[in-house]
Design a protein around this ligand. Structure first.
Ligand code: PEP
Ligand code: MN
Length: 339
């Protein structure tokens, strides 16, 4: 980190500031230029409060030269992280496809979809028991009984289950019942929730917020990792832009960018990005080509009657067709499709 002092700052004031940094365990180099002085801070500057520093009367400007995230940073962990979920691996050349309905609706629906997606080649089952809906009058999910139906579908098919958590009060229950804890886009910056899932032992699927930058997204992963849970899978699901044709705008650049910034796996959700079932296939294939570590796709046995997101849900038949192309493309991207 570099701190530029205002011209005319007294030597004693510069030295006092340098000493306060040294007291935080940092090495400080002082460079006296024409008219201004620069402090170069070397060491772990994550705890330095830039906002507080910038209001000091003698400070002109502060520049970070390293990223504020450490545990998620590829610089300190050059090899890809591989997240293990039962027998399934995600990342480091392992490509995982997660599929299932937006929401858990009934036992018959879950069992039928679980069997279909397994047959088509998915290696994990998704389904929301707790749904973050825009309207309080919309179906909010089955809640706790929905978790039991996911477990039943898991017993039936052997597929590990991925489901969304919305409140820290359910961490204990999720720890006991689910395989991957999903933190949805709307909760990406729910820091209390992130800290609590960070204390869990289950892998976390962290979706990108509706309008969040890569750095904000990685910082949210850092919240989880800093509590001890380093098993984080990032999920790009489209972001808000001026375009209204699609539900969100898929940011395909997120895949190579995150891979450069972080060692964590990145999967892609073409369903919530497109918002239309017919567009899921091309976006899914683009994700494979761009180097994604997996996909999460909404599949429903009866999309027109789905309680949530039917318009973007694939039928089991169309999911099978997408999987045929994904299966052909994954090896070309240098990865192995997890079974
Ligand atoms: C979901 O996966 O059903 C969901 C609500 O996704 P997102 O948080 O990305 O909107
Ligand atoms: Mn959905």
């Amino acid at each position: 980190m570099v701190v530029v002092m205002k011209p005319g700052t007294k030597k004693e004031e510069i030295e006092a500031l340098a000493q306060s940094f040294e007291a935080q365990g940092l090495n400080v180099g002082i460079t006296n230029g024409v008219g201004c002085t620069i402090l170069g801070l070397v060491g772990d500057t994550t705890a330095v409060d830039i906002d507080k520093l910038s209001i000091l009367p003698n400070v002109e400007r502060i520049m970070r030269v390293s990223e504020p995230y450490k545990k998620a940073n590829r610089k300190f962990h050059p090899q890809d992280s591989v997240i293990q979920v039962g027998d399934v691996r995600v990342g480091g050349g392992h490509f995982a496809v997660i599929a299932g309905p937006c929401s858990v609706e009934s036992e018959a629906q879950m069992i039928e979809v679980a069997r279909d997606v397994k047959l088509a080649g998915a290696c994990m089952l998704r389904g929301g028991a707790f749904k973050p809906r825009t309207s309080p009058y919309s179906f909010q999910g089955m809640g706790v009984p929905g978790l039991e139906l996911l477990l039943e579908a898991k017993r039936e098919t052997g597929l590990p289950v991925v489901t969304e958590i919305m409140s820290p009060k359910y961490c204990e229950l999720f720890e006991e019942k689910v395989d991957v804890v999903q933190v949805g886009a709307r909760n990406m910056q729910n820091f209390d929730l992130l800290k609590e899932v960070g204390k869990m032992s289950k892998p976390v699927l962290l979706k990108r917020g509706l309008s969040n930058s890569y750095e904000e997204w990685i910082m949210s992963a850092e919240y989880i990792m800093s509590e001890g849970n380093e098993n984080v899978i990032l999920c790009e699901r489209g972001v808000r832009t001026f375009e209204t044709y699609t539900r969100n705008t898929l940011d395909i650049s997120a895949i190579p960018a995150i891979h450069r910034m972080s060692h964590l796996p990145v999967i892609l959700d073409p369903s919530h990005a497109a918002g239309m079932s017919w567009m899921v296939e091309p976006l899914a294939l683009a994700a494979v080509a761009a180097g994604a570590d997996g996909l999460i796709i909404e599949v429903h046995n009866d999309p027109p009657h789905a309680k949530c997101d039917g318009q973007q849900s694939l039928t089991p038949e169309s999911f099978q067709a997408v999987m045929g192309k994904v299966r052909a493309l994954v090896p070309m991207a240098g990865k192995v499709l997890e079974a």
